[in-house]
Design a protein around this ligand. Structure first.
Ligand SMILES: *[C@@H]1O[C@H](CO)[C@@H](O)[C@H](O)[C@H]1NC(C)=O
Ligand SMILES: *[C@@H]1O[C@H](CO)[C@@H](O)[C@H](O)[C@H]1NC(C)=O
Ligand SMILES: *[C@@H]1O[C@H](CO)[C@@H](O)[C@H](O)[C@H]1NC(C)=O
Ligand SMILES: *[C@@H]1O[C@H](CO)[C@@H](O)[C@H](O)[C@H]1NC(C)=O
Ligand SMILES: *[C@@H]1O[C@H](CO)[C@@H](O)[C@H](O)[C@H]1NC(C)=O
Length: 422
């Protein structure tokens, strides 16, 4: 019975939602862009991107980044950690609280503990994800992992940028060392595409990857994140006659089309709901497709075929492999199916009739049959999504709990705009 309730809440919250949507999109910080203005942090910036910490930082509204310049970073890189370990170390440098330069020098009792993204990641043992900030002798501010045995090796250097109470970027002199953060990560980056995929039920597709050399491209994308859509062996066998007809270059494009150069967990995939690029995307060649969510189901729509994600074969960040029930045929290589093109437009018929968006229309509530579970435990963007607007508002309006409701809201929004225009 809470369905109608949350719907009317959605309608009531609409002007609010619009405000939030626009303001949060406009105000959101972008750590990558901010640091790009400071070449001395280029290595640090690069690693924030490839470890996906940048997205995490952008999503948070109150955050302090302890930035390391290129020489401090090279000391870290000299240790030859895996990207997973570097991620843990750097996440210890992102405090989930706001510390401007002023506050740093005026700590009550001269010392404090701050939680970090490392603590938040769940990879830290006990409280090892806390950073001890202490005003030490000579007006210096020292940083150390919580269990520091009285030693501070890293010190405040200067403030790089502060937007009070939203984001502060402070340069510190050295990497904050922590045995826990530097421990080898559980998911080693020795993931080898040609070894791991066939073991997890993706055999026929991997054979094609190897035969064409595309496996190497997949492999080289793993560290930065890779999402693979692997057609079942049956789907692939049915497709083989068409495949054999393709030129060598088109075979490569087709296979690259099944990979995306980012790691998208199922949750992220569901909330990405829209057009996404693939490894085949290159200049004028779009080679993109649409992700569509319908309750628990995730569809990949290419304008030629609609494939369903039928299983998650591997999910070990930075690599995730989904099984799909059809080969994804890009419209660049195959004839688009008429009608698939404009399928996304919401049912236009009933829009003009509506005056005010008061009562939930019966039509609107139809779509959300099977997703009670989802509402309960996974508010959109609750954890790792990179989708900013959704995330930034997630605390404030629980009413928009699931994708189904989001699409209703989107429908409502278009109605609202319709009303505004009249
Ligand atoms: C942040 O800025 C970088 C560089 O300008 C850009 O590539 C990236 O898409 C931006 N991220 C977001 C979430 O806007
Ligand atoms: C921070 O570390 C110093 C030195 O080990 C210790 O004396 C201090 O109590 C710590 N601060 C907090 C808030 O735990
Ligand atoms: C800080 O973030 C809040 C919430 O997104 C926003 O309303 C505010 O304008 C931001 N402040 C600045 C100075 O950007
Ligand atoms: C992956 O495994 C295959 C087969 O064992 C091997 O030939 C290849 O060199 C490995 N690739 C990498 C990048 O380790
Ligand atoms: C292969 O290409 C030929 C020539 O374009 C075409 O006649 C044939 O139908 C194609 N076969 C398949 C299975 O697509």
């Amino acid at each position: 019975m809470r369905r109608p309730l949350s719907l009317s809440a959605a309608v009531l919250a609409l002007p609010f939602f619009l405000l939030l949507l626009f303001s949060s999109t406009a105000e959101a910080h972008n750590i990558t862009r901010i640091l790009a203005k400071h070449p001395e942090f280029s290595t640090f910036n690069h690693y924030l991107t490839i470890t996906h910490l940048a997205g995490e930082i952008n999503r948070r509204l109150t955050i302090t980044v302890l930035a390391l310049d290129n020489s401090a970073m090279s000391a870290l890189l000299d240790k030859h950690f895996t990207v997973g370990t570097i991620k843990n170390v750097l996440s210890l440098h992102v405090l989930v609280d706001y510390y401007g330069a002023k506050k740093l020098h005026q700590l009550s009792k001269g010392s404090t503990l701050s939680s970090t993204l490392f603590q938040a990641s769940g990879s830290a043992f006990g409280t090892s994800g806390y950073v001890n900030i202490t005003n030490v002798k000579g007006g210096k501010v020292g940083f150390a992992s919580e269990d520091n045995a009285g030693e501070f090796n890293s010190f405040y250097v200067k403030s790089v940028m502060e937007i009070p109470y939203n984001i502060s970027i402070l340069q510190i002199s050295k990497v904050i060392t922590s045995a826990d953060a530097e421990a080898p990560t559980a998911a080693p980056l020795s993931l080898n595409v040609t070894e791991v995929l066939p073991k997890q039920g993706c055999k026929a597709f991997t054979d094609l990857l190897i035969a064409t050399g595309v496996a190497e491209t997949y492999q080289s994308n793993i560290d930065g994140g890779l999402t693979v859509f692997c057609p079942t062996d049956t789907a692939l066998n049915d497709f083989l006659p068409k495949y054999k007809n393709l030129t060598a270059a088109h075979k490569v494009s087709l296979l690259l089309y099944h990979g995306m150069p980012v790691y998208l967990s199922l949750q992220m995939l569901k909330s990405s709901n829209g057009v996404v690029n693939t490894l085949a995307t290159h200049g004028g060649n779009k080679y993109d497709f649409n992700i569509k969510t319908d309750g628990e189901d995730v569809m990949v729509k290419t304008k030629v075929v609609t494939a369903e994600v039928t299983a998650t074969l591997i999910d070990s960040e930075p690599l995730v492999v989904y099984e799909v029930d059809k080969v994804l045929e890009p419209r660049e290589l195959f004839k688009a199916v008429p009608g698939e093109e404009d399928e996304e437009a919401p049912a236009p018929k009933e829009a003009p009739k509506k005056k005010k968006t008061k009562a939930p229309s019966p039509k609107a509530s139809e779509g959300e049959g099977e997703e009670e579970e989802e509402n309960a435990d996974s508010p959109i963007g609750s954890d790792e999504s990179d989708d900013e607007p959704a995330d930034q508002k997630s605390d404030k309006d629980g009413a928009f709990g699931s994708e189904g409701q989001i699409s209703i809201v989107v429908m409502m929004l278009s109605l609202w705009f319709g009303v505004l225009l009249v």
